[in-house]
Design a protein around this ligand. Structure first.
Ligand SMILES: O=P(O)(O)O[C@@H]1[C@@H](OP(=O)(O)O)[C@H](OP(=O)(O)O)[C@H](O)[C@H](OP(=O)(O)O)[C@H]1OP(=O)(O)O
Ligand SMILES: Nc1ncnc2c1ncn2[C@@H]1O[C@H](COP(=O)(O)OP(=O)(O)O)[C@@H](O)[C@H]1O
Length: 305
């Protein structure tokens, strides 16, 4: 049976009669094709990517598996609508902590209509995209059985400045997560989630080495999803943290040109995560009290939509 995903952190959502993705119990994620060219462009990307022999095999793990398209009853009640059928990358997780990081200081693509470029430019300027080369588009952090999930509002998350983004990347791997403004990130899981030979940093570096070479696609406005199961982390120190790329509605052909925009944003994210690994204690003062100026950035709760 199709249902609304519980763990979707950004993008168009299926609720209140709106068109959005659906999932089922078999581990598939059904993303409806938007009525303009965005849907068909995303299908075209997945079709091209799936059969492109120039894409190295080890890079495919960074993309959800593509199972074609399927006509399904749309979530908004408008009737049958084609959906892109994808691997649901969080289907095997009970308490996933998820971060959607939109990569690139520029989220528009050169051939886009002028009004669309203006809309994107405005968002890029008002968020950390311009200063950092990426912005957090959506976030959910699992705290504990008692506190459940912390899902700061979409606009609040997107409008974080560079310093606030730094703190959120620390909170993402901390043992406690909440909207409490006094919450000081302890980075307790930094080494097991971000670090290690298979952790997030290693995966991002592997992806980066491909982006240093690949001149097939420009991944405009595409996101890196960072996911790990915190529930199990509380019991055993193995996070199974993964990086997946999502949202290919604005991918364009690279025509032999490096995707500098994506590569630059990726390098910036890598640098920030590396810094957390080299100084995980930065958020704690020597006597254990919080440094309220620097570390206790309150990023609101789920009412901030
Ligand atoms: O707010 P809007 O109306 O610009 O909505 C954005 C969408 O534009 P649309 O309205 O469909 O043309 C926009 O769609 P496109 O990327 O332009 O296809 C995104 O869904 C964006 O969400 P996110 O930044 O990817 O998480 C959406 O942004 P947020 O709602 O997350 O700000
Ligand atoms: N394959 C997937 N499996 C699980 N969740 C996904 C998948 N693709 C996207 N999502 C979730 O949906 C959100 C929005 O996806 P996205 O493709 O960016 O949609 P939109 O085009 O509406 O912006 C992501 O932040 C993530 O939470």
């Amino acid at each position: 049976m199709l249902k609304i995903p519980k763990h979707q952190v950004a993008g168009h959502k299926a609720s209140d009669g709106l068109l959005g993705p659906l999932i089922d119990d078999s581990g598939r994620f059904y993303k409806p094709l938007q009525s303009d060219e965005r849907g068909s462009k995303e299908v075209a990307f997945y079709t091209s990517f799936s059969s492109n022999a120039m894409v190295p095999e080890h890079i495919r793990k960074f993309f959800p598996i593509f199972y074609g398209t399927q006509l399904l009853e749309a979530s908004d009640g408008s009737g049958l609508c084609p959906h892109i059928v994808l691997q649901d990358v969080v289907s095997n997780l009970l308490h996933p902590s998820i971060m959607d990081v939109k990569i690139g200081s520029r989220t528009w693509y050169p051939q886009a209509p002028e009004d669309y470029i203006h809309k994107c430019l405005k968002k890029d300027r008002e968020t950390s995209s311009l200063s950092l080369g990426f912005r957090i588009s959506g976030l959910q952090l699992y705290g504990s059985e008692e506190s459940g999930f912390w899902r700061p509002g979409k606009k609040v998350v997107q409008n974080l400045n560079a310093d606030e983004v730094r703190v959120v990347l620390r909170k993402f791997v901390s043992s406690y997560s909440s909207a409490d403004p006094n919450f000081v990130p302890d980075c307790a899981f930094a080494s097991s989630v971000y670090g290690g030979s298979t952790g997030i940093l290693a995966q991002l570096l592997e992806l980066k080495s491909w982006f240093e070479d690949q001149t097939i696609y420009h991944f405009n406005s595409c996101s890196v999803l960072i996911v790990y199961e915190k529930g199990s982390m509380l019991k055993r120190p193995s996070s199974g943290a993964v990086v997946k790329l999502v949202d290919f509605a604005h991918v364009t052909e690279a025509n032999g040109v490096i995707d500098h925009n994506f590569l630059g944003g990726l390098c910036s994210l890598i640098k920030m995560i590396s810094e957390i690994l080299t100084s995980p204690d930065e958020c704690r003062t020597k006597n254990g009290l919080q440094d309220s100026d620097k570390n206790c950035i309150y990023i609101g709760d789920s009412k901030g939509e």
